[in-house]
Design a protein around this ligand. Structure first.
Ligand SMILES: NC(=O)c1ccc[n+]([C@@H]2O[C@H](COP(=O)([O-])OP(=O)(O)OC[C@H]3O[C@@H](n4cnc5c(N)ncnc54)[C@H](OP(=O)(O)O)[C@@H]3O)[C@@H](O)[C@H]2O)c1
Length: 262
């Protein structure tokens, strides 16, 4: 299916690997120009080179090594001077732990990364999108918004704040100006982040990594983890012309793990 977005320009955050990379790859394959962001310059540059090889003809890939959760990081991105038609917001998730140990600083960091940064990126781009009559914003959040994970309280809380904000702003007049804002909720995807979380769980329970990894799969109806490419394909669809009537939604991709009917 031609998604009708060739020649558009996208900002994809947290995209040197994992889910953000999957989104960037699916977009460049559609002929979308992509600016990718991550903090580690070396991995980012390598990712940009690989992406450029998958890019449909004419599409460019640029990269900005920056911490997207900082004002300076976002300024470095906007200094490129692009009018972004598509924005995929993403940054690392907050660490697991016990809420009794989280002080104000831990909460502010989580809220900054997983709520205020996407809001700042929306604020910086949405009016331009509306003026040009087309815009797609996809926030990578988490299945924890629908089905909280006890040790990820910082994520449950900060991402729920973003979800509430998006539900409101997506339905403002920008909805009639060609701009959609949706959240894409990953369940368990095979990325370094998941491996890190599983390694922590293994250490805590005294089991080896492979035992914990395989046990986690068994709890998912699909009996496997998702791939960044599958996630990217859903993201690209949400950015497509065809998805223009879909806004303010929370789209779950979790192999059936969420047990609810709705
Ligand atoms: N994988 C899953 O199963 C899963 C499930 C639920 C939710 N999520 C959430 O989905 C998001 C992406 O997860 P992932 O699995 O793709 O993680 P990942 O494999 O660890 O990749 C994270 C990417 O984001 C970049 N990044 C992290 N912090 C950043 C920052 N402050 N500024 C710019 N770039 C940043 C990383 O590069 P640098 O470190 O070099 O900056 C990397 O490119 C996270 O918020 C995660 O919590 C993932």
């Amino acid at each position: 299916m031609d998604l009708g977005i060739a020649g558009k320009t996208a900002l994809v955050c947290g995209a040197s690997k994992g889910l953000g990379y999957g989104c960037a790859e699916a977009l460049v394959r559609e002929g979308v120009n992509v600016v990718i962001v991550a903090r580690g310059a070396e991995a980012l540059e390598a990712a940009a080179k690989t992406l450029a090889q998958s890019a449909a003809s004419g599409a460019f890939v640029k990269h900005v090594a920056a911490d997207i959760t900082t004002e300076a990081g976002r300024a470095a991105v906007f200094a490129l001077g692009h009018d972004f038609d598509i924005v995929v917001t993403n940054a690392g998730g907050p660490p697991p732990g016990d809420f009794r140990n989280w002080d104000r600083e831990a909460w502010i960091k989580a809220v900054d990364a997983n709520m205020l940064t996407p809001i700042e990126l929306i604020k910086a781009t949405v009016d331009g999108m509306a003026r040009r009559g087309f815009g797609r914003i996809v926030n990578i959040t988490s299945s924890s918004v629908k089905s909280p994970i006890d040790i990820l309280g910082l994520s449950n809380g900060a991402r729920s704040g973003l979800t509430g904000f998006v539900a409101g702003v997506a339905r403002t007049p920008i909805a009639a100006q060609g701009v959609t804002i949706n959240n894409l909720l990953p369940g368990s995807f095979d990325t370094d982040r998941l491996k890190g979380t599983m390694a922590g769980a293994a250490q805590k329970s005294g089991q080896d990594f492979d035992t914990v990894w395989e046990a986690r799969k068994k709890n998912i109806p699909a009996k496997r983890f998702g791939t960044p490419a599958e996630f990217g394909a859903i993201c690209a669809f949400l950015c497509s012309m065809q998805a223009g009537y879909m806004t303010g939604q929370n789209v779950l991709a979790d192999g059936g793990a969420y047990p609810g009917t709705y």
